[in-house]
Ligand binder design. Structure first.
Ligand SMILES: NC(=O)c1ccc[n+]([C@@H]2O[C@H](COP(=O)([O-])OP(=O)(O)OC[C@H]3O[C@@H](n4cnc5c(N)ncnc54)[C@H](O)[C@@H]3O)[C@@H](O)[C@H]2O)c1
Length: 379
């Protein structure tokens, strides 16, 4: 790569620290020029860790005037992604947006269109895609070895206590834009939909708030039908004490799972399953790296930045583009719609559907009746 890319970070809270760390590790290719936060104290802390000479702004729009910034990293709460992204594109900056890309399909589409109109790159952070075992599973599912998928399952299991909701923007549809499905297990959902490799066609879902005093859901479960004929089951939980992502994918006779596991069977005379070691060896072969993978200091956010740098250098789409970020938002919107209406929902969700907009979701979505919205409505 030629000269270093200038980075500006908007939002200097918890996740910004990982962005700063990643950019410092990739110092050969980039340099943090400035940070912005409505809290001067947070901006100062971030600037101190980003390095000497990092400029501080409390109005991000002033930061966007700088000509030495090529990439804006958006680390603001979920309700405040679209506005700064559009402002950044208007100034010709590339944008890396923390998950979730935006609270609605309408906002995602506005961001994707603005990036295109200004000839800028839009990337969504889903750093788990770069885990070596996830990359192995992707190579297997992309190979011819598995054959068409028949069924699959995912569980995005998280646990958060009450103190987590002391941060004012969390726990409410207006600002967190959803619960565990939108904000935590969205990581698993992204991995799952990407690995499935087939368009999602139908969702039938339930959701509830079981163990927290919040208005957003802390549990959802959905059955899914895919365009290639596969069926799946997806659960998102903020009440599972042992956190982790679990996924499995089955074709006629082959299986791949996360945590990483391979299996394959042959049919016995009685129609039962007998382990097929040769087929498992073929899966193992398909999982091997191609040798084109970059060697980077750490996983996750580092890879995410490096991928964006490469997209800028080669004028190609980032691996996790705006369209990729949008895919999870469409699936989650379908889950919210189906769980609210108590009926199956077909995809794609049309732009004439009220659930296409943030306003429509806010107005219609099933709330728990707990948390701040309940207090407001009774006061
Ligand atoms: N990739 C991951 O694993 C991961 C993990 C945690 C959070 N996130 C995502 O990162 C984003 C931020 O989450 P967080 O936990 O860091 O939140 P946070 O509350 O710790 O930080 C957000 C920061 O944005 C600032 N902010 C709010 N409005 C602003 C504005 N108008 N201008 C400038 N700054 C503004 C706040 O003052 C705060 O410092 C969310 O979208 C969240 O979902 C991603």
């Amino acid at each position: 790569m030629g000269s270093k890319l200038g980075i500006g970070i908007i939002g200097c809270g918890i996740i910004a620290a990982r962005h700063i760390d990643a950019c410092k590790q990739l110092g050969e290719w980039c340099e943090i020029k400035a940070v912005a936060d409505i809290s001067r104290e947070k901006a100062e802390q971030a600037a101190a860790s980003a390095g000497e000479g990092t400029a501080i702004y409390t109005d991000y729009k002033e930061m966007l005037e700088r000509s030495d910034i090529d990439i804006i990293s958006l680390c603001t709460p979920p309700f405040f992604h679209k506005e700064p992204a559009l402002a950044a594109f208007a100034k010709g900056k590339h944008v890396l947006v923390e998950k979730p890309l935006a609270p609605s399909l309408e906002d995602c589409d506005a961001m994707i269109a603005a990036a295109r109109a200004h000839n800028c790159k839009l990337a969504t952070v889903f750093q788990l895609r770069f885990l070596p075992d996830i990359q192995k599973i992707k190579r297997i599912l992309d190979s011819d070895v598995m054959g068409p998928l028949v069924s699959a399952q995912m569980s995005g299991n998280y646990w958060r206590g009450d103190k987590y909701y002391d941060v004012p923007w969390r726990g409410k549809f207006a600002s967190e834009c959803g619960g565990v499905t939108m904000n935590h297990a969205i990581h698993t959902m992204d991995l799952f939909l990407w690995l499935m490799g087939q368009p999602l066609e139908q969702v039938r879902a339930e959701m509830d708030t079981i163990n927290h005093d919040i208005e957003v859901e802390d549990w959802s479960t959905a059955t899914m039908r895919f365009a290639g004929g596969a069926v799946a089951q997806a659960t998102c939980s903020l009440t599972t004490v042992r956190e982790g992502h679990e996924m499995n994918f089955s074709s006629q006779r082959h299986y791949v799972g996360f945590p990483y596991a391979l299996h394959a069977v042959q049919q016995t005379d009685l129609g039962g399953a007998k382990m097929d070691r040769e087929a498992i060896a073929e899966l193992e072969q398909a999982a091997l790296p191609t040798g084109d993978e970059p060697e980077l200091p750490t996983l996750g956010h580092c890879h995410q930045y490096y991928d964006l740098f490469e997209a800028i250098r080669t004028d190609s789409e980032p691996m996790i583009s705006g369209a990729e970020g949008r895919r999870t938002i469409e699936a989650i919107t379908a889950i919210y719609k189906s769980a609210t209406l108590g009926e199956p929902v077909s995809l794609p969700i049309a732009d004439s559907d009220p659930w296409y907009t943030a306003e429509g979701i806010q107005r219609l979505v099933k709330r728990s009746g707990r948390g701040e919205s309940a207090q407001e409505s009774t006061s």
